[in-house]
Every structure is written in structure tokens, then in C-alpha cells.
Design a binder for this molecule. Structure first.
Ligand SMILES: Nc1ncnc2c1ncn2[C@@H]1O[C@H](COP(=O)(O)OP(=O)(O)OP(=O)(O)O)[C@@H](O)[C@H]1O
Length: 697
């Protein structure tokens, strides 16, 4: 399919090349296309691409200004002069280039290109299958840049085809006016058919290429964001410090996707429409040559261009005036939709609790209330869109007749031919369409800006967490004596309030320790600090060098999917054989699960808390860590089973040092040492060693 399309496009292009000579502005496009393609292949990043793009545009404009001056001084031959646009045209285009340049310096555009650059400058090696050529290995950034370059060229090519079609319109209507059947059929079969076939095939190639680019780009940024969010416990610490980056799931899944889709659509659209604008303004300018101020003989250079711009400015201003409230309403709609979705997801998570309490009616009322907000806001959007639609429909209808109204008087007095009139109408509509791009993209741009902000605050939150408390934070350092030592530690809450202190406390290798104390005294937080995920506070924890640690919380995390993955988590299921997994389950007193390893279900909802805790113990038996921290990890078990579990740990993991947190007095029997959290004179909690009886055999 793709090969056939490319072949058809190539044949069409060859035919077109033979036809091109008759157009007046053919000089513009090859120069621009060549310059752009060189620029793109040189560009290593979007930001650099923008600079080069503007450089090339300014270069082309400079060339045109020079040619115009040569023409003004009569230094170019008469026939060549036909191809040189009047001086005001390149000057206008140069101003346009400077506007683009100015826009590219705007902070928000820099932010957009900075996010995009992470993909376009990537050096990660990758592969792409190119039809007719085969597999190509290159860096992902180079593949992305090449795809983008290809797409830009296709889009510029489509603008060029539109320009050619505009001249086809002129020639065909002139042939009709002169009743020249031969010229008419020639235009139809030798100009229109190849043009149309190239158009169709380039549209096909474009759609395939842009989907490939979008998914590669999204895949890359998705992996990058997930990696940054997950590494070094950032995901956990981000939610500790507050709401600077709410709903990271939405940012990674939705905002990233919209960012890529809209960046592509808006930037390609902008480029496309800019090229259309420049090309057709040139045509409209030269077509305005015979036009005078209505009712007089005073010639106005570029009359049609000015009328067209004035008309579009009026349209844009009215659209803005009518449509402005839509930005706020769309934003609001996103929020109420997200709230509704979240309520449903939360209900799914707590389905058992709701069913037990018979809370269905209350839930239904709350859901209806939230949905009511969706409907109310939506109806406001409908009312606003209706007004905008009435205006835009009238405006677009007027677009059809306005150019005829403008040119008809000149046609009737014989100043322009039917073909020229037709061409003027076409060019007017194209310029109009390009200027309308801003009208039609109005709300998209507003949404886009909100999405980009969400991504940048997400990145900023990740950065902030990484550099959090570089001056004062709990630090981890290797201990060389095999013990875990706490020195000068002050553990604080995220808001800076000190919670507990610990100095000179050691957890010795090979000794089982029980940590007890009042609820809220900071036992779990001390464990978090030891694992390195709680940075708030000061002091140092010396962690045995090269030894593995595992921490089991009271409520274990059970991933979605097969039971096998839940037991082997966080290792992959291939890390352990079936026999080992089954043995661990039996040892953890879960024999009923042994034959259900491949079963996929919502295990977190299916298993009782006690079963989930035993499953976590099975994980520890498989992973065989050097240090095992149990934070009330057996609190949901009955006392005899808890005793069995501790016996199994001692039997199966004789080399593992166990440190437990617990409230039950029976736990003392399984530990050599006991440390209590007690309140000191300054009102803070501190660990104090207690005498401990010998553990039961
Ligand atoms: N992310 C947080 N933000 C603010 N305060 C927190 C945060 N996490 C814990 N705390 C507070 O820190 C204190 C200590 O909590 P921690 O879970 O360490 O206590 P604990 O001794 O393990 O209690 P329990 O025996 O009830 O499990 C509590 O007052 C708790 O509210």
C-alpha cells in the first residue's frame, strides 16, 4: 500500500515538475523547501531547529529584498523581473519572520521546546522499519528528527500543491472563457489528475508517518517520566511534600499524550498556515496590480491583501469577544470530569466497605451530584458554543461571497479575466483560511497551555524532591562493622516539626530486635528513614555495606495480575522456579494458593489481610534478605499462626537479622532485644533499650 502510494506520488511529482514552469512564484518554494530540508537535517533539537528555521526564513527574505532592489534599479532583465516579487512583499514577509522569531523567544515556547528536546536530543539507540529501504538503526532522537523533517517537507509540499492548484483554477477558467476545448481538457487531465493523485498519496503517507512519530515520541517521554517518577522513591516523597504536582497518573497518562498530539498539530498547523499565508499573500499581491480604490482611478498596491487582513482581524476580534468565556468553561469541565472519574474509581476500591455499611444510596446521591456539575457546566458550554457557532457560520458563509463582491466590479469593466477572478477568489480564501487558523485553534491553544503547565510543574516537583534538603537531611552512609548504627538522628515531619531523636542506637547483625512504643511515636517513620525514603530531619544512619534489606509494612502492596507476580514481587517471576515459589507459600502457611499461581484476579481485594501478610512473608522467604524489617507485618494474624511464622523465619532465614515493630506482648518471645520509644523531657520520643528475656526456642 505504502509502496504503491510512494510510486504514484513520484509519478505525479515527475509530471508536475514538467508543468510547473507557468507559475509566477515558483522561485519562492524551491528555495524555501531546500533551505528548510538542509536546516532540518542539520538540526539536532527542536529549539535549534527553530533557530535554524528562522535563520533560513530570514535568509530567503534577505534574498528577496536584494532581488527587489535589483529590480527597482532595473538591474535584472525584463523576463527575470516577472519572477521577482515587489519590494513590499519581502519586507512584509521579513516582518512576519521577525514575529516568529519573537514568538520563539517567549518563555512558554521555550518551555515547550525544552520538553520536546528531551526526545529529539536522545542518544538512545533504536530501530525503525522504513518501507523500500528496510531496517535502520540510529539514535531515537535522530529517528524522531528525521520523521519530523519528512513531515515538514510533506506539509510544505502540500502548500506548494495548493499554490499550483490555484494557478490551475486560473488556466481552466480562462480556457472556459475562451471556449478553448483543447486547453480545458489538457488542464483537466495533465494538470489536475497528477496534482490530485499526489495530494491523495501524500495525505496517506503523512498520516502514517505522523502516527509513527507520535507513538515513538510518547513512548520515549512516557518511559522517561515513569523512570524519573519512580527512581529513588521520588513518587513517595512527592506526595509527602504536598500538592505541587497532584494526580501524577493523569500527568503521565493524559497530559503527556495531549502535549505530544497538540504540539504536533499546532506546530505543523502553524507552519502549514504560515507557508500558505506567505505564498498566497504573494499571489494576492500580484493579482491586486490592476485594482484601484473603488469609484476612483487611484491604484492601491496590494489592495486585496489589506482588505483580506482587515476582514480577518475583525473576525478574530469578534471570535475572541464571543468565545473568551469558553477557555474557563473548558478548564472547569476537565476538573468536574476528573472529580467524577475519581469518585467512581474510589468507590471501586472501597466496594466491600460500602457494601458492608449499605452505603449505596449515599454513594449514588454523591455520584449524581457530581454528574450534575458536569451537566451544568456542559450546558453553559453549549450556550456559549451556540453563540460562537452562529457568528462563525455567518462569517464562513460570507467568506464565500466576499471575494466575488470585491472582484466582480473589476471583472464587469473588463479589468480582470474570469480566470483571474477565480484565482483571486481561491487566493483570498486560502489567506483567509490561514488567518482563521488562529480563530479555530482558539480553545485548543488555551487547553494546550494548561497541559504544558501541568507537565512543567510535574518536572519541577521531581527536581525539587531530588534536591530536597541538600543542606539538612537524614543521610545514609555505609557501616563497615556489619551493624546498623544511628548517630545524632533527629527525624522530622515534612513541615519541619521534630518528631523523634536517636543517638548511638545500634541494631546488631544476627540479633533479633523488637521496637515498641506508643502509637504515633515515630516507629514506622524510623523504619522509613532507615530505608532512605524519609529525608526530613538531620543526622546519619550507617547501613551495613553491601547487605540487602527488605521492609514489610502492615498492609502489603499486591500488584495487579497473576498470583505468581504477587508472590515474587519486587523480583520478576522468572527469578524463581515454581518449586521455590510453592515451597515459600507452604512455609508461609498458604498451602491453598500453591496451585493458583497463574490465576489473575484482584488479589488485594480477594485475600484477607492476614493472608496478604503471609504472602508478604513468602516474598521474604524467597528474597532471603540480609535484614528484614517487619512493621506490624504479622499484626493481622492470630497468635499461634504468628508464632509459627516467626519460627519459620528463624528456620528458613537463619542468616537474616530481623527487626520488628509491634504492640503485642507475645512478640517479645521471638526477639533477643527490645527497644522502647519513650517520651523524653523535651517532649520528643527517643528509643531506649529494655532488658529482654531470652527468646523461646
Ligand atoms: N506524611 C506525613 N505527613 C505528616 N505527618 C506524618 C506523615 N507520616 C506520618 N506522620 C505523623 O508522624 C507521626 C509518627 O507516625 P508513625 O507512623 O511513624 O507512628 P508509629 O509509631 O509507627 O505509629 P503506630 O504504632 O500507630 O503505627 C504520627 O503522628 C503521624 O501522624
Amino acid at each position: 500500500m505504502i509502496q504503491a502510494s510512494i510510486a504514484t506520488a513520484a509519478a505525479g511529482l515527475a509530471l508536475l515538475a514538467l508543468q510547473w514552469g507557468g507559475t509566477d512564484i515558483s522561485i519562492l518554494l524551491p528555495v524555501a523547501v531546500l533551505g528548510l530540508s538542509v536546516a532540518l537535517f542539520l538540526a539536532r533539537s527542536m529549539a535549534k531547529f527553530l533557530q535554524i528555521f528562522i535563520g533560513v526564513l530570514a535568509g530567503v527574505e534577505g534574498l528577496l529584498v536584494a532581488l527587489s532592489l535589483l529590480r527597482a534599479f532595473g538591474l535584472v532583465s525584463e523576463s527575470f523581473a516577472d519572477y521577482v516579487p515587489p519590494a513590499s512583499m519581502p519586507i512584509g514577509a521579513t516582518i512576519f519572520a521577525f514575529i516568529i522569531f519573537g514568538v520563539s523567544r517567549v518563555p512558554v515556547i521555550r518551555t515547550i521546546t525544552r520538553i520536546a528536546d528531551r526526545y529529539f536530543t536522545s542518544r538512545a539507540l533504536s530501530e525503525i522499519h522504513v518501507p523500500l529501504i528496510g531496517r535502520i538503526r540510529a539514535s531515537e532522537g535522530a529517528i524522531g528528527t528525521a520523521l519530523l523533517a519528512f513531515l515538514l517537507l510533506i506539509n510544505l509540499g502540500q502548500v506548494a500543491l495548493n499554490v499550483r492548484l490555484n494557478f490551475f483554477g486560473r488556466d481552466m477558467f480562462n480556457a472556459l472563457q475562451e471556449k478553448d476545448a483543447g486547453a480545458f481538457w489538457y488542464q483537466l487531465f495533465w494538470v489536475f489528475v497528477p496534482l490530485a493523485s499526489v495530494f491523495i498519496t501524500t495525505a496517506l503517507v503523512e498520516i502514517v508517518s505522523q502516527y509513527v512519530l507520535r507513538i515513538r515520541w510518547r513512548g520515549f517521554l512516557n518511559r522517561l517520566y515513569v523512570h524519573e517518577w519512580l527512581s529513588e522513591g521520588t513518587h513517595y516523597r512527592m506526595q509527602l511534600v504536598g500538592h505541587a504536582a497532584d494526580n501524577p497518573d493523569q500527568r503521565i497518562a493524559d497530559d503527556l499524550k495531549s502535549y505530544i498530539d497538540q504540539t504536533y498539530t499546532l506546530s505543523i498547523g502553524l507552519l502549514n498556515q504560515s507557508a500558505t499565508l506567505v505564498s498566497f499573500i504573494a499571489i494576492l499581491w500580484s493579482l491586486s496590480a490592476g485594482f484601484t480604490l473603488p469609484g476612483t482611478d487611484i491604484p492601491v498596491p496590494g489592495l486585496l491583501v489589506w482588505v483580506c487582513i482587515a476582514y480577518a482581524v475583525l473576525g478574530t476580534w469578534l471570535t475572541h469577544a464571543i468565545g473568551r468565556p469558553l477557555i474557563r468553561l473548558y478548564f472547569q469541565q476537565e476538573r468536574v470530569e476528573a472529580d467524577y472519574r475519581f469518585s467512581l474509581a474510589r468507590l471501586r476500591e472501597y466496594t466491600e466497605q460500602v457494601a458492608l455499611l449499605g452505603g449505596e444510596t449515599a454513594e449514588q446521591q454523591a455520584l449524581n451530584g457530581r454528574f450534575g456539575m458536569i451537566v451544568r457546566n456542559f450546558m453553559q458550554i453549549v450556550r456559549r458554543v451556540m453563540r460562537l457557532q452562529v457568528f462563525q457560520s455567518a462569517y464562513f458563509q460570507a467568506n464565500v461571497v466576499v471575494p466575488y463582491i470585491l472582484t466582480a466590479p473589476y471583472f464587469f469593466i473588463g479589468k480582470v479575466t474570469l480566470g483571474q477572478m477565480q484565482q483571486t477568489v481561491g487566493a483570498f480564501s486560502s489567506v483567509q483560511g490561514a488567518l482563521d487558523f488562529f480563530i479555530t485553534s482558539y480553545s485548543t491553544i488555551a487547553n494546550y497551555k494548561a497541559g504544558v503547565d501541568r507537565l512543567t510543574t510535574f518536572e519541577a516537583a521531581i527536581e525539587a524532591v531530588r534536591h530536597q534538603g541538600e543542606k539538612g537531611r537524614v543521610t545514609l552512609a555505609p557501616s563497615h562493622n556489619g551493624d546498623l548504627n544511628v548517630e545524632g538522628l533527629q527525624v522530622a515531619l515534612p513541615d519541619g516539626r521534630v518528631l523523634m531523636t536517636a543517638d548511638g542506637v545500634s541494631f546488631r547483625q544476627g540479633e533479633t530486635t523488637l521496637l515498641t512504643g506508643p502509637s504515633g511515636s515515630g516507629k514506622s517513620t524510623l523504619f522509613r528513614a532507615i530505608s532512605g525514603i524519609w529525608p526530613f530531619g538531620t543526622g546519619q544512619i550507617l547501613v551495613p555495606k553491601g547487605q540487602s534489606m527488605m521492609l514489610l509494612p502492615q498492609r502489603p502492596y499486591i500488584p495487579m495480575g497473576a498470583l505468581r507476580a504477587a508472590v515474587t514481587y519486587p523480583g520478576t517471576h522468572v527469578a524463581y522456579g515454581d518449586a521455590a515459589i510453592k515451597e515459600a507459600l507452604r512455609a508461609a502457611r498458604l498451602p491453598a494458593l500453591v496451585d493458583r499461581l497463574d490465576e489473575e484476579r484482584a488479589w488485594a481485594q480477594t485475600l484477607s489481610l492476614g493472608e496478604q501478610q503471609r504472602l508478604a512473608i513468602a516474598r521474604a522467604l524467597l528474597a532471603k534478605p540480609d535484614w528484614l524489617f517487619l512493621d506490624e507485618a504479622t499484626a493481622a494474624l492470630d497468635e499461634p499462626t504468628e508464632a509459627e511464622i516467626y519460627a519459620v523465619i528463624r528456620e528458613k532465614l537463619p542468616e537474616t537479622t530481623v527487626v520488628s515493630i509491634g504492640h503485642r506482648s507475645t512478640l517479645s518471645a521471638f526477639h533477643n532485644r527490645r527497644i522502647d520509644m519513650v517520651k523524653t523531657e523535651d517532649g520528643l520520643f527517643a528509643p531506649v533499650e529494655r532488658r529482654q528475656p531470652e527468646p523461646a526456642e
